[in-house]
Design a protein around this ligand. Structure first.
Ligand code: SF4
Ligand code: SF4
Length: 252
């Protein structure tokens, strides 16, 4: 499946994506841009920088719309970055807007950061002299696997907060409950296809998808009455997402 495709009709062959790609994963073949998957780390920089909207990400948006129409129990988990991006109205108004869209529960995905933070703390203090590479970011993991495989054993073997959030949600509500993760990174779409991703996260959306879904239904966030988030409260998970958060959590 092509998670990140380049439209030949939209592409204007400006080659900005080729210049911006950090791993030289894009090449020009008879004037057309082609991706070299063995070099791509799904960082999304080509998607962000294309001025002609020619790069598109294969998120789960169509499947999520079908799920919401079917009436199945669907929990949406918002990445801790959501206040910086979905900034129309308050977080509580966003919760109400998402319930109107059809989600049964709206969680802060930072819920998954709590058990992950505790697991990292325990892991790192087992051997303070060892060096480790955080495995939170799927693109960093792909980078290590594809370009510096000799460092693979230094990746911390603990799932990401996204997957941990899905684990908590399915543990509390049953495996049949659908769990949707919404965040800023297209690399999470790929992470969802990993061993634990498949089991605990049903689909991944990016913020752009969620804004479009609200817009299509005419739901204005800033006009809603605020509601509380569902799901367990989070604590350390929120700290993890800020700069230097991991160091604070593990006490360095
Ligand atoms: S940045 Fe967009 S328009 Fe320019 S070459 Fe790349 S895909 Fe085509
Ligand atoms: S996703 Fe990142 S690594 Fe892959 S082609 Fe685009 S810019 Fe390059």
């Amino acid at each position: 499946m092509d998670l990140l495709s380049i439209s030949e009709t939209k592409c204007r062959q400006c080659y900005r994506c080729v210049r911006e790609c950090p791993t030289n994963a894009l090449k020009i073949d008879h004037g057309k841009v082609k991706r070299i998957w063995s070099r791509c780390i799904l960082c999304g920089i080509c998607y962000q920088h294309c001025p002609h909207d020619a790069v598109s990400a294969q998120t789960g948006v169509k499947h999520v719309q079908e799920l919401l129409e079917s009436g199945e129990k669907v929990i949406v988990c918002l990445d801790p970055t959501f206040p910086a991006v979905l900034d129309k109205g308050s977080p509580g108004q966003l919760v109400t807007a998402l319930k109107k869209l059809g989600f049964h529960e709206v969680w802060e995905a930072a819920v998954g950061g709590d058990p992950v933070a505790k697991a990292y703390n325990a892991w790192i203090h087992k051997d303070k002299e060892a060096s480790w590479i955080s495995s939170f970011c799927p693109s960093l993991v792909y980078y290590v696997e594809k370009f510096v495989p000799q460092l693979k054993d230094e990746l911390v073997p603990i799932v990401s907060p996204m997957i941990a959030c899905g684990m908590v949600a399915k543990h509390l509500h049953g495996a049949e409950t659908k769990v949707i993760y919404v965040g800023p990174c297209i690399s999470r779409i790929w992470e969802r296809m990993s061993r634990y991703g498949k089991e605990y996260i049903d689909y991944v959306l990016i913020y752009h998808d969620l804004s479009n879904m609200l817009k299509a239904k005419g739901i204005e966030r800033e006009e809603q009455e605020p509601s509380e988030f569902d799901g367990p409260p989070s604590d350390l998970g929120r700290i993890l997402s800020i700069s230097g958060g991991m160091s604070k959590v593990v006490g360095f």
